[in-house]
Write a protein that binds this ligand. Structure first.
Ligand SMILES: OC[C@@H]1[C@@H](O)[C@H](O)[C@@H](O)c2nc(-c3ccccc3)cn21
Length: 603
């Protein structure tokens, strides 16, 4: 008869105790390793009892891989794991941070900054549910989302991954966790990970803690703030995440007052696991422990010792599993790391795997394949887009609003670098880690296509990415729509010191908006950027953030099928010299304040 740990009728605690009693040290340590998919093989999974495999940003089994391609790859690793001595299933993780963004044809939702502008936690919960289905469509039961950073300086390259500068808004948006995992039953014990098997996924609150508070927004750098500031600004959303049963927490690359988070035992073991009673597992970031030495990987034994003693349970190694396993095994044998720290880590990993139903359903199947990029999810994304747009200016004076635009006009101009570029409107973490340019790397609706689909059939829509003043003046356009902003970026590549709109954006604005034609400028950006110089010349101004694949949502509000309801989730500064400048600061002198947003009715 099968061992107790394989019996789903047994209480999970009993199954864990039985399995732990059977595990050898190397099997326990194997569970604590997460390998990149390019370093993993079924043989390695079996031989070392590796706990997890991941796709990093943009890492796919094939270009334009189908759901079946994903499932075949993942089941290949899983077969290796299930053929190990104890048959402990591996868990596959991926960054599904605005929909299942690595995957061709997945629905790409607005990035978190745009979702913050909606102030709609129920919408965000529904997005979590859709994202879970699209992840499961590809056989993936674990996503490295949500990022619950509280970005306090828009010069940070990851500010768009943050819902808001305001911890209250970020707390509300943790509703995505029950969307991803399922609603935790009210009688659940605090801190225990909760996931409904089959159509939900394990989530990951990241990056613990203070990732959005670094000085000048320098990525992976130092957050200098006193304990009260850390606990009142950057910690609250972790309290909500744990109460909602989040399965995992990822540690931040950043430091708090000079101490690297990946070595911060007081906050991981002490506060997260002790005070907050978090019972899921803590995972490092990619080579996060390597970066504990100023020259990364200079002293890997120290990195392993410091990271594991701090309370990290699973290490995103991601390449060299034998080095990690050998170093950790030696540290345990020398009793530098006590066995009960290893047992704590493995028990947490097993608890997530049992509660996720992985032991009962280790192999993925195609039952959710039709959820990938489904019309229903695209309609949801379109709803999110139109609720995320913030109307900053509407007419050069109150009595002459430009928006909503008339659908029937003789001839209109659509201009700008971001009007016909699906990659630009999706931003970073889309298909590739750093995002893409053009319209061919996945499926969606560009803003230009959406405009064409919305206006009256008799309206002549002229598209010129970068028109001359003369062209604009001599064509007798009824009005012009200019779509410009930031190119895609991710992580440190997005750090900016000046936050200016890059060429040719400013010249497109001045060529189109400087003359007699009324113009609305739609800004595609991950954060507030310098707009002050252009404000007087534009007739209307819309912050569209990074809307994702469903550009139709932009046209829905531009042409009045729905009213603008978005509100700024972040302060729009006048000049970068003012930064950092957040709602509630003494010297608060914004171009547009936190919560600002003009409204229009639906026509
Ligand atoms: O994709 C896995 C994790 C992701 O979940 C984290 O939010 C993010 O900080 C991150 N950066 C890298 C990464 C950065 C540079 C080179 C290679 C990989 C990998 N990852």
């Amino acid at each position: 008869d099968s061992p107790i740990y394989k019996d789903p009728r047994q209480p999970v605690a009993v199954r864990i105790k039985d399995l732990m009693s059977r595990m050898k040290l190397e099997e326990k340590i194997g569970q604590m390793a997460q390998l990149d998919r390019l370093s993993a093989t079924p043989e390695i999974m079996r031989t070392y009892s590796i706990g997890s495999v991941l796709s990093g940003g943009g890492s796919t089994p094939l270009p334009d891989a189908t759901a079946k391609d994903w499932i075949d790859m993942i089941n290949g690793f899983q077969k290796g794991s299930m053929s190990s001595r104890l048959g402990i299933p591996m868990i596959y993780g991926i960054d599904a941070v605005h929909g299942h963004n690595n995957v061709y044809n997945a629905t790409i939702f607005p990035h978190n900054v745009g979702l913050g502008a909606t102030r709609d936690p129920d919408l965000v919960k529904r997005i979590g549910a859709a994202t879970a289905l699209e992840a499961r469509a590809t056989g993936i039961p674990y996503v490295f989302a949500p990022c619950i950073a509280v970005c306090r300086d828009p010069r940070w390259g990851r500010c768009y991954e943050s819902y808001s500068e305001d911890p209250k808004v970020v707390r509300e948006m943790t509703e995505i966790i029950p969307g991803l995992q399922g609603d935790i039953p009210s009688n659940s014990r605090r801190g225990v990970p909760y996931v409904i098997p089959k159509n939900k996924v394990a989530a990951c609150a990241k990056h613990f803690v203070g990732d959005g508070g670094t000085t000048k927004g320098a990525n992976e750098n130092n957050t200098a703030i006193d304990r009260h500031g850390l606990l009142s600004i950057h910690m609250p959303a972790y309290v909500d995440s744990v109460i909602k049963g989040v399965s995992t927490v990822m540690v931040s690359y950043s430091s708090w007052n000079g101490e690297r988070m990946h070595a911060n035992r007081e906050l991981i073991m002490g506060f997260l696991k002790g005070t907050l009673k978090f019972k899921g597992f803590v995972i490092s970031d990619w080579q996060g422990i390597d970066k504990l030495t100023s020259t990364p990987h200079a002293n890997y034994t120290y990195s392993v010792q410091a990271g594991i003693l701090a309370g990290i349970d699973m290490v995103m190694v991601p390449y060299n599993h034998t080095e990690f396993i050998d170093d950790l095994t030696l540290l345990v044998k020398k009793n530098v790391i006590p066995m009960d720290r290893i047992d704590d880590a493995v028990e947490r990993i097993l608890l997530v795997k049992f509660n996720l139903g992985l032991f009962e359903n280790p192999m993925a199947d195609l039952s959710f394949a039709n959820e990938l990029g489904s019309q229903g999810h695209r309609d949801l994304a379109r709803e999110a887009v139109r609720k995320s747009l913030v109307l900053l200016k509407n007419g050069k004076n109150e009595s002459e609003p430009l928006l909503p635009l008339p659908k029937k006009a003789s001839k209109i101009l659509v201009a700008g670098t971001h009007a016909d570029n699906l990659g630009y409107q999706c931003g970073g973490w889309t298909i590739n880690w750093q995002g893409f340019s053009g319209n061919n790397d996945t499926r969606g609706t560009t803003i230009l296509a959406a405009i064409r689909a919305t206006v009256d059939p008799t309206t002549d829509v002229v598209f010129q990415e970068d028109p001359s003043k003369q062209f604009v003046e001599e064509n007798n356009f009824s009005y012009a729509i200019v779509v410009v902003g930031e190119p895609p970026y991710a992580e440190t590549a997005g750090d900016s010191t000046d936050l200016t709109m890059k060429f040719p954006g400013p010249s497109i604005i001045s060529n189109v908006c400087g003359g007699s034609v009324k113009c609305v400028v739609v800004v595609i950006s991950g954060r507030p950027i310098v707009l002050e110089p252009y404000l007087d010349s534009v007739d209307a101004l819309v912050a569209a953030w990074l809307p994702g694949s469903e550009g139709q949502g932009v046209a829905d509000v531009l042409f009045g099928d729905f009213g603008f309801i978005g509100k700024l989730p972040r302060t729009w500064f006048k000049s970068v010299d003012q930064l950092p400048m957040n709602n509630g600061d003494a010297h608060y002198d914004p171009l547009f304040p936190f919560d600002f947003g003009l409204k229009t009715g639906a026509s």
